[in-house]
Design a protein around this ligand. Structure first.
Ligand SMILES: *[C@@H]1O[C@H](CO)[C@@H](O)[C@H](O)[C@H]1NC(C)=O
Ligand SMILES: *[C@@H]1O[C@H](CO)[C@@H](O)[C@H](O)[C@H]1NC(C)=O
Ligand SMILES: *[C@@H]1O[C@H](CO)[C@@H](O)[C@H](O)[C@H]1NC(C)=O
Ligand SMILES: *[C@@H]1O[C@H](CO)[C@@H](O)[C@H](O)[C@H]1NC(C)=O
Ligand SMILES: *[C@@H]1O[C@H](CO)[C@@H](O)[C@H](O)[C@H]1NC(C)=O
Length: 307
C-alpha cells in the first residue's frame, strides 16, 4: 500500500513537472511573456507622421551625407553613422516602425494602418533556424485583425520542420540568377561552404509563387546570393517593376564573405542608386559584422495607402 502511494506521488510529480516544462517551452508561454510588448507595439498604428515629408527629409539628408563618398570602404563604414543621423533628423520614428527582436535577429515592420486590411504576406528568404520574429509578427498582426501568409526559403532542409509551423517552406537558395554556386550556410556545426542551387529571385516570386504584392520581404543571405546583379530588383525599371511585382517593406542583411572589396563596392553602387532614384527609404542602418537595414517603397500607392 505504502509502495503504491510512493509510486503514485512520484508519477504525479513527474507528470506535473512535465506539464510545467512543456508549458515553459511552449508558444503560449512566450505569447504571455510578450503580451505587454504587444500592447505597446500595436499602438504604433496610431503614429501617423507625414510620410512624404519624412521621406523627402530623409532623402536630402542621405544625399548630403553619402553621395560625395567615393571610397567603398569609407562608404560602408559611414553608412551606419549617417543612417542614425538621418533617421533622427527626418523624424523617422514618426512613421511608427516597430522592432521585432529575438537573439541576433532584428526585424523592423510597419503594421497596416487600417484595421482588417485583407491579405498580408511575409517572405523569409534565409530562415536561419529561427522563426521567433515571424511568430511575434504573426501574433501582433492577429491582435490587429490581420492574418499573415508566410512563405520561407532556405537551402538547409532542416529549416523545413520549423518553418512549416507558420507557412510554406521551399528548400532553396534565392539569388540574382539561377544556377549552382557556392553558398555559406548555417549548419549545426556552424557556417559551412557548400554547393547550392540558386533560383532566380524573379522566377521564384513571379513564376513559382505568382505573387504581385510583397508586403514584407526578409532577406538574410550569406554571400553569393548578392552576385549577378541581385540588387536590380530594387531599381526603377528593374526586374520587379518589369514583372509587375509591388514590393513594400524589406529587411535586408548584407554579409561580407571572401569577396570583401567587391561586396562593399556593390553596396555603394546600390545605395547611391537608391538615393538618386528616390523611390525607397532606407532606415535603421545597423552593423553587426554585416550591414542590415529596413527599406520602404515610397513610389507605390498600394504601400503608402496600406501602411
Ligand atoms: C505632408 O506634407 C506635404 C509637404 O509638406 C504636404 O503637402 C501634405 O499636405 C502633407 N500631408 C498631410 C497628410 O498632412
Ligand atoms: C550572435 O551574436 C553573438 C554576440 O552577441 C555572436 O557571438 C554570435 O556569433 C552571433 N551568432 C550569429 C549566428 O550570428
Ligand atoms: C483570419 O483567419 C481567421 C481564422 O482562420 C478567420 O476567422 C478570419 O476571418 C480571418 N481574417 C481575415 C481578415 O482574413
Ligand atoms: C496568378 O495570379 C493572378 C491573380 O493575381 C491570376 O489571375 C492568374 O491566373 C494566376 N496565374 C497562375 C498561373 O496561377
Ligand atoms: C515600388 O512600387 C512601384 C509602384 O507600385 C512598383 O511599380 C515597383 O515595382 C515597386 N518597387 C519594387 C522594387 O518592387
Amino acid at each position: 500500500m505504502q509502495n503504491c502511494t510512493i509510486f503514485f506521488l512520484l508519477a504525479l510529480t513527474f507528470y506535473i513537472s512535465y506539464i510545467i516544462l512543456s508549458y515553459y517551452y511552449s508558444d503560449a508561454h512566450t505569447d504571455w511573456l510578450e503580451a505587454g510588448q504587444d500592447d505597446i507595439d500595436i499602438q504604433s498604428v496610431n503614429i501617423q507622421g507625414n510620410k512624404s515629408e519624412i521621406f523627402e527629409s530623409w532623402n536630402s539628408c542621405f544625399t548630403v551625407e553619402m553621395m560625395g563618398i567615393e571610397d567603398p570602404e569609407i562608404f560602408w563604414k559611414t553608412f551606419v553613422v549617417s543612417s542614425k543621423k538621418c533617421d533622427y533628423q527626418a523624424g523617422v520614428r514618426q512613421l511608427g516602425i516597430v522592432t521585432l527582436k529575438h537573439k541576433n535577429k532584428t526585424k523592423r515592420v510597419l503594421f497596416p494602418k487600417v484595421f482588417n486590411t485583407g491579405p498580408h504576406n511575409l517572405f523569409t528568404i534565409g530562415v536561419g533556424r529561427d522563426i521567433r520574429a515571424e511568430k511575434q509578427f504573426r501574433r501582433k498582426m492577429h491582435k490587429l485583425g490581420n492574418n499573415v501568409t508566410f512563405v520561407g526559403a532556405d537551402p538547409v532542409p532542416h529549416n523545413g520542420d520549423l518553418y512549416s509551423q507558420i507557412g510554406n517552406y521551399f528548400p532553396l537558395a534565392i539569388g540574382g540568377k539561377s544556377g549552382i554556386s557556392n553558398a555559406r550556410v548555417l549548419e549545426n556545426s556552424g557556417y559551412i561552404d557548400t554547393d547550392k542551387i540558386h533560383i532566380d529571385v524573379v522566377y521564384f516570386f513571379k513564376d513559382l509563387l505568382n505573387v504581385t504584392n510583397i508586403d514584407n520581404l526578409w532577406f538574410d543571405a550569406e554571400g553569393e546570393e548578392f552576385a549577378n546583379d541581385f540588387f536590380d530588383i530594387f531599381y526603377e525599371n528593374g526586374k520587379f517593376v518589369q514583372s509587375g511585382i509591388d514590393l513594400c517593406q524589406v529587411n535586408i542583411e548584407i554579409h561580407i564573405t571572401s569577396d570583401v572589396a567587391h561586396r562593399k563596392e556593390e553596396f555603394m553602387k546600390f545605395l547611391k542608386r537608391i538615393i538618386q532614384e528616390k523611390r525607397f527609404g532606407v532606415f535603421f542602418g545597423d552593423a553587426f559584422g554585416h550591414i542590415r537595414m529596413y527599406m520602404f517603397n515610397y513610389s507605390s500607392q498600394y504601400c503608402l495607402d496600406k501602411f
